[in-house]
Design a binder for this molecule. Structure first.
Ligand code: S3P
Length: 440
């Protein structure tokens, strides 16, 4: 694994396109694979996580062609030859989902509805992430599933088949669980009803409705009709994936906390289920504006302009806002260190079971940089505004921790070292090269 050395910089300036949305990239491949015919996915994110999904769908017999596009280093055009809902084949090997929670959880739902045997596994981190949240409701629908440690952790062995519709209240706000159950519901007899406690990202609903699925969304409840009769099917799609708001978030915060900076981030997805960070930034007086708002493939997109702001106020985040900024927790901790007063980020217990324990990771590493930070089971309080000092930092092989600490390193006095930095390949292989282009 490669380490990174980061020095304090004077400013970040320029216009960039961050890579494509990871969540939409995963979903477009899975859904197109079970559509009837050829789909085209433009600006697909070719990073390790979505590649795990491509490899999984290939292992299930789907033909997927990839062609590099010229927009950015990670951007590809995929042609996916969907075989219909019943067109998947039993995989010959164990399917390795790598580091990707979205791959293993969504594909579990897909396989629950297919009448063959399959095994899903992943890397060291994924094998420690909780799966009972998908396994229990899938069993209730009629799938036969076994997993490690009392059916709680990968590897997961699935013998799918005839499913019955489910009426289910998901105990946690999780788009991965919701999407897993939506996929299983497509294979079930009857109408399933899935309710979530808070609104999580709705990319699956948007895409599947575009593809002709019978889905009704009423606030926190989704009704989804099984495509059990032979005449119903999903239509193929042509999708252009917008840039990922969660990847843009590192640059948004960089543009705000690095002095004398101004960044323009082109065509970023601003789906309201993802942009809780913009709400926070607006509340604390950060200099961020949106321009050229438009719809691309059913998702709202805008150019985001952010400028350095030196009188940021502390902020409070609770359970209600958390799902719309779930992946921004690490970079929000960095922001809090530069905001006047004590910021509270709570209702974030889910962060304990992401690619790493992100609460513990940020507490440990920001303390090394001189930040006063209090740890709670469900979050942190952070005292700003403090001058950061360079330090030797761990990334915990977690892409979002590595990128957040890099942004912190850009304003820290002295040199910052980040261990195992190439974990950024999970979602953003070109991250540091893009930063280098913007340093002035
Ligand atoms: C994702 C949902 C979120 C998020 C993850 C991607 C998705 O996870 O943290 O990075 O694509 O559905 P949870 O649904 O587990 O909160």
């Amino acid at each position: 694994m490669k380490d990174l050395k980061v020095e304090k910089i004077k400013s970040l300036k320029g216009e960039i396109a961050v890579p494509a949305d990871k969540s939409i990239s995963h979903r477009s491949v899975i859904f197109a694979s079970i559509a009837n015919g050829k789909s085209i996915i433009r600006n697909f994110l070719m990073a390790e996580d979505p590649l795990s999904t491509i490899q999984a769908m290939r292992a299930l017999g789907i033909k997927i062609e990839e062609r590099k596009s010229n927009t950015s280093k990670e951007s590809y055009e995929l042609t996916i030859y969907g075989n219909g809902l019943r067109g998947l084949k039993e995989p010959f090997e164990v399917i390795n989902c790598g580091n990707s929670g979205t791959t293993i959880r969504l594909i579990s739902g897909l396989l629950a509805g297919n009448p063959f045997f399959s095994v899903l596994t992943g890397d060291h981190s994924l094998k420690q992430r909780p799966m009972a949240r998908v396994i229990n409701p899938l069993k209730e629908m009629g799938a036969h599933i076994l997993a490690r440690m009392n059916d709680r952790f990968p590897p997961i062995a699935i013998k799918g088949g005839a499913l019955k519709a489910i009426k289910y209240a998901i105990p946690i706000a999780s788009a991965q669980v919701k999407s897993c159950l939506m996929l299983a519901a497509l294979y079930a007899q009857g109408v399933s009803e899935i309710t979530e406690p808070f609104k999580s990202r709705d990319h699956s609903e948007r895409l599947l409705i575009t593809m002709g699925a019978d889905i009704k969304v009423n606030d926190l409840t989704i009704q989804i009709k099984g495509l059990d009769d032979k005449l119903s099917s999903l239509n193929p799609i042509e999708v252009t994936v917008p840039s990922d708001f969660s990847s843009a978030a590192f640059f948004i915060i960089g543009g705000i906390i690095v002095p004398n900076s101004e960044l323009i981030l082109k065509d970023v997805g601003i789906n309201p289920t993802r942009t809780g960070l913009l709400t926070v930034l607006n509340d604390i007086g950060a200099n961020v504006t949106l321009e050229n708002i438009k719809l691309i493939s059913g998702e709202p997109v805008a150019d985001i302009i952010c400028k350095s702001t030196d009188n940021l106020k502390a902020f409070e985040i609770n359970k209600n806002l958390m799902p719309s900024l779930i992946d921004e927790f690490p970079i929000l901790c960095v922001l809090a260190s530069q905001a006047e007063g004590i910021s509270h980020i709570r209702g974030a217990e889910e962060l304990r079971v992401k690619e790493s324990d992100r609460i513990k990771a940020m507490v440990t590493e920001l303390r090394k940089m001189g930040v006063e930070i209090e740890e709670y089971p469900d979050g942190v309080s952070i005292k700003g505004k403090v001058p950061l000092k360079g330090a030797e930092l761990e990334s915990y092989k977690d892409h979002r921790i590595a990128m957040s600490l890099t942004i912190a390193g850009l304003i820290a006095e002295g040199t910052t070292y980040i261990k195992d930095f190439n974990c950024v390949d999970i979602s953003f292989p070109n991250f540091y090269n893009l930063i280098k282009c913007l340093i002035h």
